[in-house]
Design a protein around this ligand. Structure first.
Ligand code: MN
Length: 247
């Protein structure tokens, strides 16, 4: 089996090393990842400048682009064959609820899904510096094994969040739906040493909706959360409502 590994934390992140090393249990691994952190890059593509690739060591390629660029480059240019699986992560920090729309980790899996390749995004739900990526990577292998054994339904990729819980308190995986966060974003407004104002997107207040069945609910209780995602953002329930409008 050929497996491509990417992320949005950059090729030097601890999470991608753990994921790539663990995935080697399942097949031949090629890493194609951003040369620096590109968290919150979403599904962006680099169109107005060239991309450069650096082979750091055998099978490890750093690209000066976004996670989506890496998937494109890997599949259309660097990998000799189309991979059987694309895995993204392990992100340092959860990708729950609305976060999936900002996430470069999730977007990389989305890009592979657009190409018809089975894809999984993995995130570890903590921002603490000392985290257990190696244990999380073993969970990632178990999920990948199930994907390869069963095959994903059409137009589906997985968003997997792994709780930052000790191994003995880890609960079994739950299939979840994407939750919702009441977004309380804030902009930090300060003055630089030259007297000019600057603005910085601040961290969001943790105010997730903890409804049963959601990814938040699972992670808050030490369950691995597995959310099947697809790219159809249509709000199907509202189509009949809008059809009655007099345009
Ligand atoms: Mn990230």
């Amino acid at each position: 089996m050929n497996i491509m590994v990417t992320n949005d934390d950059g090729i030097h992140a601890a999470g991608i090393r753990a994921l790539a090393e663990a995935m080697a249990q399942l097949g031949t691994v090629t890493v194609v990842a951003p040369d620096r952190e590109r968290s919150a890059a979403g599904h962006s593509l680099t169109l107005h400048s060239p991309l450069r690739v650096f082979e750091l060591h055998k099978g490890w390629y750093a690209v000066d682009g976004t996670p989506t660029d890496c998937v494109n480059m890997g599949i259309h240019s660097m990998l000799p064959v189309t991979p059987d699986l694309v895995v993204s992560g392990i992100n340092h920090g959860a990708n729950l609820g609305d976060d999936v729309t900002y996430s470069g980790t999730v977007a990389a899996a989305m890009e592979a899904n657009l190409m018809g390749i089975p894809a999984i995004a993995f995130s570890l739900a903590t921002f603490e510096p000392s985290v257990h990526f190696v244990d999380a990577a073993q969970i990632a292998v178990r999920v990948a094994r199930q994907v390869m054994a069963n095959g994903l339904p059409p137009d589906t990729f997985l968003n997997v969040n792994i709780p930052n819980c000790p191994r003995d308190s880890m609960q079994p995986p739950l299939i979840t739906r994407q939750g919702k966060r009441s977004f309380i974003g804030k902009i930090v407004d300060k003055t630089d040493p030259r007297g000019r104002k600057y603005f910085w997107v601040g961290s969001e207040e943790p105010n997730p909706n903890d409804e049963p069945g959601t990814d938040f609910h699972a992670i808050n209780r030490c369950h691995v959360s597995i959310t099947p995602l697809h790219l159809d953002l249509t709000n199907h329930k509202t189509v009949p409502i809008l059809e009655k409008w007099q345009f």
